[in-house]
Ligand binder design. Structure first.
Ligand code: MSP
Length: 489
């Protein structure tokens, strides 16, 4: 038993979710469901990052009040997560009173620890990144991620004394007390620390859309809490930091799941803030690669944004969950092609698992009325192949290799197909050969394994399969009644 607290990043409420945001949400949901199936008391947090210059500017462009603007975006996230079957425990918005109050208390802790000092920032700021950037990281004067020239700013900021905590964080990462997965990202984090990380701002001057910074001698309203400090604290406020019941029960996070571009904030800034506030650190941070569509970053101008709701309408929630996670290993970046979805849907889902289940159940009902005789046992080769698959699947899952875990299951599905073709149950039936019982039992055994393995990925489809099996085994299934799991598209 025990608890398991896992999180998605809170996405910027600057636009509707695309399949990149959906990738992390689905990934986290699959891990959450697997933890629940192991009997863990799971808290799965999701939410939106609604403050900062980026959103202020976007709302202004649309002539909307920023709160109204983010209210609309929040609705689009809620519907997207609903249509993908994302079963979060709570959804935090950084404009909520609950969050704002928690942030103020948290920042006060940093202040009381003596870790916040007044300074001046002079340099470049990229609104797209919501981050200070260095001249040497620009390409032709533009931010390489947003292709926009950063703003030159000179402002009073309150800084957080990150340097004080770096040696301790480094030790924790090296020892695996703060486990960064995969190793390549752990090494990247250590390299960043090696090359020097400077103290970061916890406030900004002249930004209105955010939480006013109340500490020190600065009159309220002159400084606003920097959007990243505000955002990171969501992982605590969602649980009711500092004294909420959920906070007492679930803190610290067992797992943060994030994309590669926000590694520094989560693996360096956040642990330092927690140490300063006197809180235990997260146990694991899993960092996945980013996806591009047709070789390019998704953007309105390029017109290659894929909308998760449209995908779910076309393929169904569970198919989209599978299609997102089966494109490339999450430890790396990967490219996705919109046309590939339909092909992969037909080959893996309609013809793969859909067809295996349909033909197996049809034979069970046609040849045995759904009631199987177990006395002749199982095919040994399939049994041992299932054991091997299970081992590999579990090992992959432990390491958050969901693409690899799915590949294990789908390779096993192929094995069962080959098994059917080799054993030819239709011929065994015709010849009244007793081996038919072994084949049908073996198929049911294999299918029951597949069900357990796939349930976190395709919860509602697997629910349908389970009902179908119950009906089959209780003799209530009529001949010719189809499962129709993934109709061909
Ligand atoms: N608001 C910050 C996060 C604060 S968390 C305390 C932010 N928001 S974001 O809207 O830009 O979302 C970033 C996250 O969305 C990535 O880290 C990743 O989880 C997901 N993705 C957004 N685009 C993505 C891809 N193209 N590919 C995969 N995931 C991506 O940063």
């Amino acid at each position: 038993m025990g608890k398991f607290y896992l999180t998605t990043p809170i996405y910027y409420a600057s636009g509707k979710p695309h399949i990149g945001h959906s990738f992390t949400a689905v990934f986290t949901d699959v891990v959450a469901r697997r933890q629940k199936s192991k009997g863990k008391d799971v808290f799965f947090s999701a939410g939106l990052d609604e403050h900062g210059s980026k959103i202020e500017e976007k709302a202004k462009k649309e002539n909307k009040d920023p709160q109204k603007f983010t209210d609309e975006i929040a609705q689009s996230y809620l519907s997207a997560w609903k249509s993908l079957g994302i079963e979060y425990s709570d959804f935090i918005r950084t404009t909520s009173e609950k969050h704002k109050n928690g942030v103020l208390k948290f920042v006060k802790k940093l202040w009381d620890a003596g870790d916040i000092y007044e300074g001046e920032y002079e340099g470049l700021y990229c609104v797209g990144c919501e981050n200070f950037v260095l001249e040497r990281n620009l390409v032709d004067g533009l931010c390489p991620d947003h292709l926009v020239a950063p703003q030159k700013i000179k402002e009073k900021n309150y800084f957080f004394n990150l340097k004080k905590y770096l040696p301790e964080i480094k030790k924790k990462i090296e020892k695996g007390e703060l486990k960064i997965i995969p190793d390549s990202r752990k090494n990247e984090t250590l390299a960043m620390m090696e090359s020097g990380v400077s103290d970061f701002s916890v406030t900004r001057e002249g930004l209105k859309w955010g939480i006013p910074f109340p500490c020190g001698n600065s009159p309220a309203g002159e400084q606003t809490i920097y959007v990243w400090a505000d955002a990171l604290i969501n992982y605590a406020t969602i649980l009711g930091y500092p004294d909420g019941e959920n906070f007492k029960k679930y803190w610290p996070p067992d797992l943060h799941i994030i994309g590669a571009e926000i590694n520094k904030f989560h693996s360096i800034y956040w642990p330092a803030m927690l140490m300063s506030a006197g809180l235990p650190l997260p146990k694991e941070i899993f960092i996945h690669g980013l996806l591009t569509v047709n070789g390019q970053k998704m953007s309105k101008t390029i017109g290659n944004i894929i909308d998760p709701i449209e995908l779910a309408e076309k393929f169904g929630a569970d198919a989209v969950r599978y299609l997102l996670l089966s494109q490339f290993p999450a430890s790396e970046h990967g490219d996705v092609k919109a046309e590939e979805f339909a092909r992969k849907y037909n080959s893996d889902l309609a013809n793969g698992i859909g067809n295996l289940l349909e033909r197996s159940f049809t034979m069970m009902i046609d040849y045995r009325g759904g009631i199987l005789d177990a006395k002749n046992g199982l095919d040994e080769k399939i049994k041992s192949s299932a054991e091997k698959t299970e081992k590999s699947y579990e090992n992959n899952f432990e390491n958050y290799k969901l693409y690899e875990a799915l590949a294990d299951v789908f390779a096993f599905i192929k094995k069962l197909d080959v098994y059917i073709n080799r054993e030819q149950p239709w011929a065994l039936n015709k010849n009244k050969d007793e081996k038919l019982d072994v084949v049908l039992n073996t198929l049911l055994f294999g299918i029951e394994k597949i069900i357990v393995w796939l349930e976190p990925f395709m919860p509602s489809k697997i629910g349908e399969v389970k009902n179908h099996i119950l009906k089959l085994q209780s003799g209530k299934l009529k001949k010719g009644e189809k499962l129709g799991l993934f109709p061909r598209i």
